[in-house]
Write a protein that binds this ligand. Structure first.
Ligand code: PMP
Length: 369
């Protein structure tokens, strides 16, 4: 099967095999070594001298951790959104009692930093900004470096980032870009199964933690910090996924982050060119299109469910639909991790075969397409 959804992604065989090792004591010396080694290497990937914690959770857990460890009830926060996952970040903050101000940009577009600057200068009581680096629901990558320059550089606010579908796939530098907490999850560019989430946590985040009164127990970073000092996780970790993480980080750092980013940029381009070649339109403006997930408009007259179903049934290629209000309007092709040209070409070929069978008008295909 060619699994082309934006996570979980196909996991290389050697990494999967590393998960079949027998269990070990998570409070013993062998696990301590793995925990220290993986934590150190995660810091290299995040480009941070601050902390990175490994949670047994999905990405949403790490988003929740970013919120509850830095904010207090009643704090005013600015949630800058470009899609469904950005909205989720705001919902989490609201559930825990923050006063959420939303700056929403239309689906398919990216954050306009000038607008962020405007809101922050008009509302000086905003304590933190929440933002999604790569919005998986719309296939858009925000210019996080530029956002960081405004949020941290000009206004010195806390910057909490959903980097779930970007860290380890797209360039991102936690410290240089002023990010205080970045959440990500194992089933994305890390080439791992779901099960672990990683959270970077800056010195400034720790200062905020000292004042934070939001309720927290499982996700209280103070527990993670205390236990890391003795080489243990506070609670029972997903040991098998930790074996896999250890193995994946070996491969990722051996390859080098520059090459990992370049690989994603190349496969992103190949995917966009492929769908455009079929006469389809990208959902986002190509200038802000993501290199980890490509969102494509469902052409007029085509039923999204039928298209996605036939691509799977006839060609064994699994693509994703749109979420919430985008359901039926777009489909998405994931290309995180070690995606091959072949896998993308197979996906494009499957679409080329199925589209005419589900109502796509061949007249829309450009000459030679
Ligand atoms: N944010 C983004 C940008 C995502 O891509 C996802 C997962 N698709 C999430 C949040 C939620 O992550 P999880 O499903 O691991 O909780």
């Amino acid at each position: 099967m060619n699994l082309r959804i934006p996570g979980p992604i196909p996991v290389p065989k050697e990494i999967l095999e590393s998960m079949s090792r027998p269990m070990i004591n998570h409070r013993g010396p062998e696990f301590k070594e793995i925990l220290y080694r993986t934590t150190d290497r995660l810091k290299q990937v995040f480009e941070t001298k601050g902390d990175v914690y490994i949670l047994t959770a999905s990405g949403t857990g790490a988003m929740e951790a970013a919120v509850v460890n830095t904010l207090s009830r009643g704090d005013k926060v600015l949630n800058v959104t470009v899609g469904v996952f950005g909205e989720r970040f705001g919902e989490i903050a609201e559930v825990y009692g923050a006063q959420v101000e939303t700056l929403a940009f239309p689906y398919g577009t990216a954050v306009d930093t000038e607008e962020v600057r405007k809101v922050l200068s008009q509302q000086p009581d905003i304590k933190a900004v929440l933002v999604t680096h790569n919005e998986t629901s719309t296939g858009v990558t925000n210019d996080l470096e530029a956002i960081g320059k405004v949020v941290k550089g000009e206004f010195d606010k806390l910057l909490l980032v959903d980097g779930i579908s970007s860290v380890c796939s797209l360039p991102l530098s936690a410290d240089a870009w002023g990010c205080d907490a970045i959440a990500t999850a194992s089933q994305k560019g890390w080439m791992l199964p779901p099960g672990l989430a990683f959270l970077s946590f800056s010195e400034r985040a720790w200062q905020a933690h000292a004042e934070s009164d939001m309720p927290k127990f499982y996700f209280d970073m103070a527990q993670y910090k205390r236990y890391l000092e003795i080489g243990q996780p506070p609670y029972t970790p997903s040991i098998s996924t930790m074996f896999a993480l250890d193995n994946a980080l070996d491969k990722i750092l051996q390859e080098g982050m520059g090459s990992v980013f370049e690989r994603h940029a190349t496969i992103g381009r190949l995917t966009r060119d492929g769908v455009k070649g079929l006469g389809l339109s990208l959902f986002p403006d190509e200038l802000v299109a993501s290199d980890t997930v490509t969102a494509v408009k469902i052409p007029v007259g085509v039923d999204a469910g039928l298209l996605i179903g036939r691509v799977k049934e006839d060609h064994n290629v699994v693509i994703a639909g749109g979420q919430k209000s985008l359901s039926g309007k777009i489909f998405r092709i994931g290309h995180m991790g070690r995606t091959t040209d072949d896998e993308i070409e197979q996906t494009i070929a499957a679409l080329a075969k199925v589209l005419p069978k589900v109502g796509f008008k061949a007249a829309r295909v450009p000459a030679g397409g």
